[in-house]
Write a protein that binds this ligand. Structure first.
Ligand SMILES: *Cc1c(COP(=O)(O)O)cnc(C)c1O
Length: 707
């Protein structure tokens, strides 16, 4: 079914729907709500789908509605101004560099719920990065994969063991467009992977001013095995993985060439794309006949690498046998022999020596960074072997702490509130700390009212999901209970949602069940906890944690005060991070490289209660939330768990619960609202994606552009 033909006055609606910019511009979002609110809801905020499914009568009515047409025209005027990029930060401050493109490579991009091609933090970070890069006017091109089946959808049957299923993305009804060549044929790139040639078509996604190109190997000319290569995100075994990474790194460079794009800088977001440096070397060697060493001297200054985890298993490494299979024909094109080639990535893994993508990226980059200051410190230690001649403090891995895209993650009522108190241009100034200092101008009552409203929205969403599943016949009564039907809109609500990796210790709060029960089931001051998150399909220990919590949620002993919401994604994440009262994070320090969900909560006045790990080491100031534990590293994990759990119980019993229930005559918890305000004031600018992308620009991109 094709998109509907638009009446003249609405003819630019498809253009607006096809640039994700609408998703972080409040007035553009309002266009879709005003156009057809029920359809906006049923399509789960997918305007392209709306324009396929909308009634012709409705289009006629809206075209004849002057208020709607006026609003749309105003939005499009703003859109044209933004796309003109005449006064952005980068253009204003670095005009002479605006012709130098940055190529940003990532395995996943999480931009909107309608494009489920992300699994968690890494993808959301890439999505936020590309949005902000465009917002501040950087010449920025993203490269990644289109996964026609995306990341898995999670379902939890009554035994609690996570099941995964995949859904085909309907490209027709997504904001994506196939790239065509000048003759109008579908553009294809090809890469030799082992002894086969793999072809890919390319999808273009408009992300504000930035461009994103996603490769898709599901084309007729490929053998079935190769068609599957980019079918799913993180769906395969090690061999699939190396083939995907060859496609991303080497195919990605070829894709840019085919599009006539020559980046000045290549930013590898995580090691998945690190093969791209080999392709850059190969190009130079082929063209000039120079040695590997000489070519590498040209490639390094343009290459930037960001590492994202201190967990060793999070760094891809491939056995030399696989490397032989896939690079046996390639290394001589680089002017290397086998030993020289393998040395680029050689690293001792827990299972023996292998080719490690992080080592390759570090050796071939001019600059590298970790994603928080603590993570950078841990990374310098972790990767010292790459620079055996250097002291640990001199290892060239700097810290650029992550951030979040503020326009994406600010709840609508807060957006309106900040418009009122900070001025309607507040979004343009959101990395200016001085602006956030004015938070105390806002009356407590207004902040609290908004919070109550967002909390009610969370519970409405929970109940409506539960109802839908019940109606669809997928649920028995215990499952209705576990998905939160018994939660109260008024009890102190702790939110915990993230990937279920074991180091995140989702079950830590249950270490002393009796003590926790006393906290939760206090009749006068009840507390409840909402969990959500997916375990990686191959991570059985992670699935086990989900099952443990699921069984607790089911049990009568816990009085319906624990819920586990299925199928965590960006959409549900918004509700949870905006509607919980506290955001809980309990990683095993120092394994949480940064964490970003806590930043999203903090921005919406939901204070964090977190281990001093990742971003919270920098975020916590003593008055904007709570620190679990002392911020020290332990040798004995059990000792660490015991100390952290004890700290958490004490905080809840002595500080958090009493403060939350201490209400004024007007029902407002003054002390709590003070904390909410401090959370917003101290985090809004500091953990914004704008601050982060400007840091990348000034510390990494510009020096590389000028080198
Ligand atoms: C922000 C976000 C994450 C990242 O959360 P962490 O704090 O890094 O665990 C994961 N998933 C979704 C859907 C998010 O929005």
């Amino acid at each position: 079914m094709a998109m509907k033909t638009m009446p003249k006055k609405l003819e630019r609606l498809p253009e607006l729907a096809n640039n994700l910019w609408w998703s972080w511009n409040p007035e553009a979002r309002a266009v879709w709500r005003m156009l057809d609110y029920p359809l906006w809801r049923t399509t789960v905020h997918n305007p392209v789908k709306m324009l396929h499914e909308i009634d012709d009568e409705m289009l006629k009515t809206k075209a004849a509605d002057p208020a709607f047409v006026r609003h749309l025209n105003k939005v499009m005027l703003n859109y044209d101004h933004v796309m003109g990029n005449s006064d952005s930060w980068f253009v204003t401050n670095h005009k002479e560099l605006t012709n130098k493109t940055i190529g940003y490579f990532s395995f996943e991009f999480g931009m909107h719920v309608s494009l489920p091609i992300y699994s968690g933090g890494l993808g959301i970070l890439s999505g936020d990065h590309i949005k902000e890069a465009g917002d501040i006017g950087l010449p920025f091109v993203g490269v990644g994969f289109m996964y026609p089946q995306g990341y898995f959808r999670q379902r939890i049957p009554s035994h609690g063991w996570q099941e995964s299923h995949y859904e085909h993305l309907d490209m027709e009804k997504s904001p994506v467009e196939l790239v065509r060549d000048e003759e109008g044929n579908i553009l294809q790139i090809s890469v030799d992977i082992g002894d086969q040639t793999v072809n890919a078509q390319v999808w273009h996604i408009k992300v504000g001013r930035a461009k994103l190109y996603l490769m898709d190997t599901d084309v007729d000319s490929n053998a079935p095995w190769n068609r599957e290569l980019s079918a799913r995100l993180y769906g395969g075994d090690t061999e699939t993985r190396i083939r995907q990474e060859i496609m991303l790194g080497i195919g990605g460079v070829r894709l840019l060439r085919k599009l006539g794009i020559t980046p000045e800088i290549y930013h590898m977001n995580e090691g998945h794309s690190a093969f791209l440096v080999l392709e850059l070397v190969r190009e130079i060697v082929a063209k000039t006949g120079c040695s590997f060493h000489e070519a590498a001297l040209q490639v390094r200054p343009k290459s930037i690498f960001t590492t994202h985890t201190p967990v060793p298993a999070g760094h891809d490494a491939f056995g030399f046998n696989l490397m032989d299979k896939y690079f046996g024909q390639y290394w001589e094109q680089l002017g290397l022999d086998r030993t020289g080639f393998m040395n680029l990535g050689a690293h001792e893994e827990s299972w023996g020596e292998a080719f490690n993508m992080t080592v390759l990226a570090l050796k071939m980059s001019g600059a590298a960074n970790g994603v928080s200051q603590l993570h950078a410190e841990v990374s310098r230690d972790m990767w010292q072997s790459v620079w055996p001649e250097k002291e640990v403090d001199d290892i060239p891995i700097i810290g650029v702490t992550n951030g979040i895209h503020v326009p994406t993650w600010t709840a609508l009522p807060f957006e309106n509130l900040l418009n009122k108190y900070f001025g309607p241009d507040w979004v343009d100034r959101h990395d200016d700390q001085a602006m956030w200092e004015r938070i105390n101008d806002i009356p407590d009552q207004e902040i609290w009212d908004i919070h109550i409203d967002l909390r009610d929205k969370l519970f409405d969403e929970i109940r409506s999901r539960t109802r839908k599943r019940w109606v669809a016949g997928h649920r028995d009564a215990t499952q209705v209970l576990t998905t939160g039907a018994f939660l109260s809109n008024r009890a102190l609500t702790i939110g915990f949602a993230r990937r279920f990796a074991t180091y995140k210790r989702a079950t830590l709060i249950f270490r002393d069940p009796d003590r926790l029960k006393r906290i939760l089931m206090n009749p006068h001051r009840p507390v409840q906890i909402i969990f959500a998150g997916k375990a990686h399909p191959a991570d059985d220990p992670g699935k086990h944690l989900i099952q443990t919590i699921y069984n607790i949620a089911k049990s009568h002993d816990w009085g319906g005060r624990i819920a586990f919401l299925e199928d965590y994604d960006m959409h549900m994440g918004r509700y949870l991070k905006q509607g919980s009262d506290i955001w809980l994070n309990t990683p095993r320090r120092p394994r949480e490289a940064s964490g970003t969900s806590g930043m999203k909560a903090a921005l919406n006045g939901v204070p964090n209660m977190s281990i001093l790990d990742g971003w919270w080491v920098e975020g916590y100031n003593g008055a904007n939330g709570w620190a679990i534990g002392e911020g020290i590293d332990y040798d004995d994990p059990d000792e660490q768990d015991a100390a952290d759990a004890e700290s958490m119980y004490q905080l809840l019993e002595q500080e958090i619960v009493p403060l939350y229930y201490d209400r004024d005559r007007d029902g407002v918890p003054r002390g709590w609202v003070q904390l909410m305000k401090e959370s917003i004031r101290s985090n809004g600018a500091k953990f914004s994606m704008r601050r982060m992308v400007k840091e990348y620009t000034e510390q990494l991109y510009i020096p590389a552009m000028k080198s």
